[in-house]
Ligand binder design. Structure first.
Ligand code: PGA
Length: 255
């Protein structure tokens, strides 16, 4: 696991976008795992810029999003489908049929979850998965206590997560109680993980994730077990780490 501490949010976003762009450029059929929330917004802005300014081509890109609220229609302005369309998809040349966001209004959600897992496999697996982290250490909607081997399924949202997300809804009552989410096992199957965090509110979760023991009570700690994971954070999010971490990725140039 590589930890990179950048000076600010812009720098985090630029590095994450560069890493994703490198995967897009290096594969004939890149499969990218995407996340929602305020953390990846800057990364998406950078990726849109790379498309507009440098012609980063999304025509072959296949995407899988981590999660979606149950009971929220894709056209709802708080659905994760809507978020992705507004912040990325509508501004790049991705094909609609290559976009996968979990369906929170599927009639048979269990069947949908199985289909989603199969679809990831059918497309060759995820090359790189972008992740945010919750203040409670969740990744996607795998809340504390989630099985570390879990697959795509419905999860009940933590009260803390509902409170964190209440700012996007008119009232607490409107905040969904359930979500369809990739499991921790699903996420760990991605060939590469990039976990982003900014702000002091994430410092505690980041300290546990990077330096604490692996535990289902802090689901993000599982990232320690991944063979190719990069944690990119700003200085405030790094505030509770006990060790020093570099500002730049390691560059190996062994001939
Ligand atoms: P945030 O959410 O990016 O809005 O802080 C991250 C998460 O809960 O995974």
């Amino acid at each position: 696991m590589e930890v990179i501490v950048k000076k600010d949010y812009t720098e985090i976003s630029k590095l994450a976008a560069k890493k994703i762009a490198d995967v897009i450029k290096s594969k004939s059929k890149p499969v990218i795992g995407l996340a929602t929330g305020s953390t990846p917004l800057g990364t998406y802005k950078e990726l849109v810029n790379l498309h507009k300014d440098e012609g980063l081509d999304w025509s072959k890109v296949i995407t899988f999003n981590l999660d979606e609220y149950v009971g929220i229609d894709p056209s709802h302005d708080q659905s994760y489908y809507y978020f992705m369309r507004e912040n990325l998809f509508k501004s790049v040349n991705i094909k609609k049929e290559n976009i996968h966001v979990p369906n929170g209004i599927a009639k048979d959600i269990s069947a949908f979850c199985k289909w989603y897992e199969d679809e990831i496999i059918k497309n060759g697996g995820i090359d790189v998965q972008l992740l945010g982290i919750g203040g409670n250490g969740h990744i996607a909607f795998n809340e504390p206590g989630s099985s570390l081997g879990s697959r795509t399924r419905v999860k009940t949202l933590d009260e803390q997560t509902r409170k964190d997300n209440a700012r996007f809804f008119k009232s607490m009552d409107e905040v969904p109680k359930y979500a369809v989410t990739m499991g921790i096992g699903t996420i760990m199957d991605a060939r590469e993980l990039i976990l982003l965090a900014n702000k002091e509110t994430k410092a505690d979760a980041i300290a546990k994730t990077v330096e604490g023991p692996v535990t289902a009570m802090v689901p993000a700690t599982i990232v320690q077990m991944h063979p190719k994971a990069t944690i990119i954070i700003d200085k405030p999010a790094a505030g509770k780490l006990s060790r020093e971490y570099p500002e730049e990725p390691r560059i190996f140039n062994i001939k």
